[in-house]
Design a protein around this ligand. Structure first.
Ligand SMILES: Cc1cc2nc3c(=O)[nH]c(=O)nc-3n(C[C@H](O)[C@H](O)[C@H](O)COP(=O)(O)O)c2cc1C
Length: 209
């Protein structure tokens, strides 16, 4: 992302990191990957799924195994999305020298939130998040749990104080989504607008219509 002149922001071809963790809401991650694959402003998506996310993927989307996961989520071979192992702490996204437009953790479990908030950096997901924060790049933590205990709330505050955006998986209902895919897609539109990638088809509330 670059800034031109008096605060005019344009988006150059962007690398983004997407992490999927073991919180409920795999459908949101699927819609995020689909939107990024279709977005010409995005050149490369590095995708990391935690070990525990696989259990949730099986429960929620009926997808099994790590192999070919991106293709299974997209429903087509990926063009720009590369899957990395969460144990590969030597991957490019583990270094601040790798150019990146930011990182989205969707959904973000309370376990991963805790690790990021406390700087554990002991897996690729948590290391890449740590790097994103230290490089002052956008880090969106789409947390999902209910209800929150005090540890969750403290960790959200810690992460926010370190520069992360707490972007809870709380979809909107005022546009009367026809199904969960539409609901997830519109949530993803809000996420991507937040990092400078407004999407076609985003519902915009107009109070007088
Ligand atoms: C079906 C299912 C749903 C879950 N939903 C959540 C959730 O919404 N939020 C959460 O924090 N953990 C949830 N968990 C628990 C996490 O998967 C678990 O804490 C795990 O250790 C997180 O690991 P990770 O952060 O490395 O992916 C769920 C587990 C299962 C099996």
């Amino acid at each position: 992302m670059i800034w031109i002149g008096k605060g005019v922001r344009t988006v150059e071809a962007m690398n983004l990191t997407v992490a999927l963790t073991g919180a409920s809401g795999a459908i949101f991650s699927r819609e995020l990957l689909r939107a990024l694959e279709a977005d010409e402003r995005v050149s490369r998506v590095h995708f990391v799924a935690s070990e525990n996310s696989l259990r949730v993927l099986a429960e929620e989307l009926g997808l099994s195994g790590r192999s070919g996961l991106v293709e299974k989520l997209l429903g087509a071979p990926p063009i720009k999305t590369v899957q990395l192992s969460d144990s590969d702490i030597g991957a490019a996204i583990a270094s601040g020298s790798h150019p990146s437009g930011g990182m989205i953790v969707l959904p973000c479990s309370m376990g991963t939130l805790a690790a990021i908030a406390n700087g554990l950096a002991n897996s690729l997901i948590t290391r890449a998040a740590d790097v994103t924060l230290k490089e002052r790049r956008p880090l969106l933590l789409c947390v999902r749990e209910t209800p929150f205990n005090r540890i969750h709330l403290r960790n959200m505050t810690l992460a926010a104080e370190a520069g992360a955006v707490i972007f809870p998986v709380i979809p909107a209902f005022y546009f009367k989504p026809a199904d969960s895919t539409v609901m997830a897609r519109q949530f993803v539109c809000r996420v991507l607008a937040h990092i400078g990638l407004p999407q076609p088809g985003t519902y915009v509330w107009k109070a007088d219509e």
